[in-house]
Design a protein around this ligand. Structure first.
Ligand SMILES: Nc1ncnc2c1ncn2[C@@H]1O[C@H](COP(=O)(O)OP(=O)(O)OP(=O)(O)O)[C@@H](O)[C@H]1O
Length: 269
């Protein structure tokens, strides 16, 4: 890297209006490398959609950006500050995470799961107060699952669990929202409701990074898309420029005719 580009990269990394910035990030598990040399930025008030085939390393990247997995190399800054320098509670207050829906092991109620999103706002060892409960209730209602508040998380459907995990992240009131396939197990109506909610959160100023297996969602929602394959970030840019038939066919290992035959969206050729 030349001195000028090194200086430009350093300025980008320490820009506090950049929600997340990485430079040459290597990701993986222990000695196993899953992705390498990943350089990306997520700006405030931006939606960036990460697209890529199964097993390409998207979830591993998200977990690394959240500090749930240590980076194997490179640099990672959140709001202009190295991730490692953030106090845990400060980071937890700013970074919301919607993981892929899981069944959960302990029979917490849905409300209790959502209240967990308030933990970083509460004094240590405190129980949730009236304001925390109001915010949790509002998050449930906004996703249309207020009626499930007292149900055990382990006894609701996969799609309902997905909505509860989104409600938990909303209750956290983060500045940055990282979502791993947030609409994967939702019915058509809930998919659209969640996409609309994500769009509104962006207008409230949140920075949102999400993985999706649905290019049409990225086309409608994203300010920028990132194409990720084999642990490498191949391109980032405007949806119109990147969501083309040749690029999507290459990304998912399809024939172009196959893609045209099975998608209703008319991607540019
Ligand atoms: N806990 C783990 N330990 C070791 N390797 C893992 C672990 N979790 C995932 N991997 C491996 O990392 C690679 C990338 O997985 P990852 O879950 O990041 O992919 P993905 O792009 O999110 O896939 P999908 O779209 O199917 O969710 C895969 O080869 C996977 O086997």
């Amino acid at each position: 890297m030349s001195q000028a580009s090194f200086a430009a990269a350093a300025a980008r990394m320490s820009d506090s209006s950049c929600a997340i910035a990485t430079q040459g990030l290597d990701i993986g598990y222990g000695r196993k490398q899953v992705g390498r040399d990943i350089t990306l930025q997520l700006a405030e008030g931006e939606i960036l959609c990460l697209l890529g085939p199964n097993g390409s390393g998207k979830s591993t990247l998200l977990k690394t950006l959240l500090g749930l997995l240590p980076a194997q190399g490179g640099q990672l800054h959140v709001l202009g500050r190295p991730l490692a320098e953030w106090p845990r509670r400060g980071l937890a207050r700013r970074l919301g995470y919607v993981p892929q829906a899981h069944s959960g092991e302990f029979p917490f109620t849905v409300e209790e799961i959502v209240l967990m999103g308030r933990t970083s706002h509460m004094p240590r060892y405190a129980v949730p107060g009236a304001e925390d409960r109001r915010i949790a209730r509002e998050s449930l209602d906004t996703l249309g699952i207020g009626a499930l508040a007292q149900e055990p998380f382990t006894h609701i459907s996969g799609g309902e669990r997905q909505l509860a995990l989104i409600a938990r992240a909303l209750a956290q009131q983060p500045a940055i929202l990282v979502m791993d396939e947030p609409t994967a197990s939702l019915d058509f109506g809930n998919q659209l409701r969640v996409l609309e909610k994500i769009r509104r959160l962006k207008h409230e100023g949140l920075a949102i990074l999400l993985c999706t297996h649905q290019p049409e969602h990225a086309a409608r929602l994203a300010d920028r898309v990132a194409l990720f394959r084999d642990g490498t970030l191949h391109a980032t840019g405007a949806p119109d420029a990147l969501l083309t038939v040749p690029r999507l066919a290459w990304l998912y290992g399809l024939e172009e005719d196959e893609l045209r035959a099975w998608t209703a969206t008319k991607y540019p050729c």
